[in-house]
Design a protein around this ligand. Sequence first.
Ligand code: BGC
Length: 797
Amino acid sequence: MITHPAYVVEPWCLRERELNLDVLSQSESVFALANGHVGWRGNLDEGEPHGLPGTYLNGVFEFRPLPYAEAGYGYPESGQTVINVTNGKLIRLLVDDEPFDLRYGRLHRHERVLDFRTGLLHRMAEWTSPSGRSVRVRSTRLVSFTQRAIAAIAYEVEPLDGDVRIVIQSELVANEQLPDHGGDPRTAAQLKDPLLPEQHAAQGSRIRLLHCTARSKLKVAVSADHVVDGPPKTETSAESVDDLSRLTITSRLTSGQRLRVEKFVAHGWSAVRSVPAVHDQVDAALAGATSTGWAGLLAEQRQFLDEFWARADVEVDGDAEIQQAVRFALFHVLQAGARGEARALPAKGLTGPGYDGHCFWDTESFVLPVLTYTAPQAVEQALRWRHSTMPAAQERARQLGLKGAAFPWRTINGDECSAYWPAGTAAFHVNADIADAVVRYVGATADDTFEREVGLPLLVETARLWRSLGHHDHHGDFHIDGVTGPDEYSAISDDNLYTNLMAQHNLRAAAAAVERHPEVASALGVDDEETAAWRDAALRINLPYNAELGVHEQSAGFTGHQVWDFARTNDDQYPLMLNFPYFDLYRKQVVKQADLVLAMVLRGDAFTLEQKARNFAYYEQLTVRDSSLSACTQATMAAEVGHLRLAYDYLGEAAMMDLFDLEGNTRDGLHIASLAGSWFALVMGFGGMRDHDGGVVAFAPRLPEQLGRLAFTVQIRDRRLRVEITGTTATYTLLEGADLEIRHCGEQLTVSTAAPESREVPELAAGPVPEQPPGRSPARRRATRREEAESGHVAHG
Ligand code: BGC
């Protein structure tokens, strides 16, 4: 992608200087616009050529069968898949008698720019039709952060060489034909014509389509209104049928004249409301947008983003690619969550149909930590969604013979959709990940109302789950057996260390929250005996350790397994899960993605620095990174134990996951958690930020040689704190709010708005650089200065 010469490295935008059909699907993902409620892939305005057309509404899905060769108790009965809803992006153009189709005629210039500060996607094309007519087309698109149902386009055509007859068809299209995507199991199941027509309308400049999904029974409405500005005799007419509603605009343009169309599109859906109510809902949203007007929507968008960047920006000196990538990442993470409003935050956000549009633990463990410190209201909403699915999670726990709530491994509406137990519900850690996100959000915001209404019930029900899932042995030690940790190349293991440490945190946090809110807790049926049992389980939880090797075990017995034969595994046999049977992966020492290493990041308080360094070195040799969630975690731990160059290389992998299309599936949507991971690697890695202490945030900054300066802003309990690291000095500036306690490399510090505090970073002696399995080291984007000097040339980057 940005390695392609068409892409330019710039600090505040993603620019593509020519249209490249080879990377069209990928470009549709990276240029996607969304606000957490509506998602528009970056498809070309005229609809074709396309890689994968996509318009998504968060929460709109269809059921699909989950076929099982052998039946089993507790298997989910049906799956869910995100569907491509009515497309409001389409603006088709006829130039004299030829469709504006970039596959024909001559394209002289084509540029697209996604601007992270304005939240706009700009496009400019200069084209000569096969019969020799030349036009310039400009369009600007937005999906509004401030009016969540709204997206809008300003589209302009002008002739470049004399008179031309122009016809614009501004459309809403349902049940678009989707290209077949091959056999990748991670790609959304194709559902043909998922929308059944209910109502269509076209009147004046307004068009509308209303449909219903066949099995999930969701009503989906999209309506659009237009402001047309063209020379006299510009005419419009509107028409609609079941799956198409269209405004046609005809005009004749002479040199110097332009035809401009502003299209406002409102989206709405409901499982409950009637057809007239849903149609009123979108028409009302549309009325709000048209009264705001195009300029008003732009101004609102800019203001929203100005406020976001003031809380969230990360500045990087010394690596222009990383600077661009981290802002690209933050922009997309914000787009995934900003206006989700009590809906799930899918692994791909609303940028593509990958993973069927499901939400996983990725959200709580990777995306919400970033949003907690940059856009906390989005976290509140995401966790309110989890809470709203509590009845399904309680029912699932009951079905499994457990207490409390068992949240699903993957889902859209709250019901478990994973058809594969070992890497599905058995990954019970998702419950502790949710609890961890609750604790972090409450620590970072002191949002008491949230804690009482949402946080406490989530903590209590997940604590109950752990208590019933685990057991005390005859010595009194507490074990959680038969579960899968984050590493999906080990399954159904006993005492997965990550799970146990996160469960311990969950049990303790639940007991502490009960003390803060005794009345709410007693309404939930919690008594002293129950909290004592949670504390006891937490105290006695088993943390497997191999004393001979001096390392923790990923799960009981793990270090005794045979080591995977890496030497005999070829580069083209990764990802291993597509080339080797799971049973063989399960019984060997090979790690798909950071598991114990993630435990050392999120539960860093449970390890000494020496243990971290030894564990990290051991698990590095086994970790193949067949998941995009791994590199950012490894970057963060490598930085903590002093392997800064390695951390820098992992940062590159996490940050470039989609911009370089490193996993080859960016076409299906962006890896939102890996994007969040570039913030992890910079802020938690090189900034050394940790929040183990329920609110007191600690920093232990350390820069790699490649970065001259790193600065970032985080929001903590209504304060804005800016951290700037240059060389071996860290400066903490409180930009806003009352005095704040923090820690710098173990030292307690109070920062106030009166003056910044600067501190030196003590040296850290790191041991030998750990090795990865052969061929699995992170790519080295840039040589060190010493390597450059030795080789006599400056490396790429
Ligand atoms: C990873 C999971 C992750 C899922 C969705 C899988 O490949 O192993 O940890 O939740 O992708 O991103």
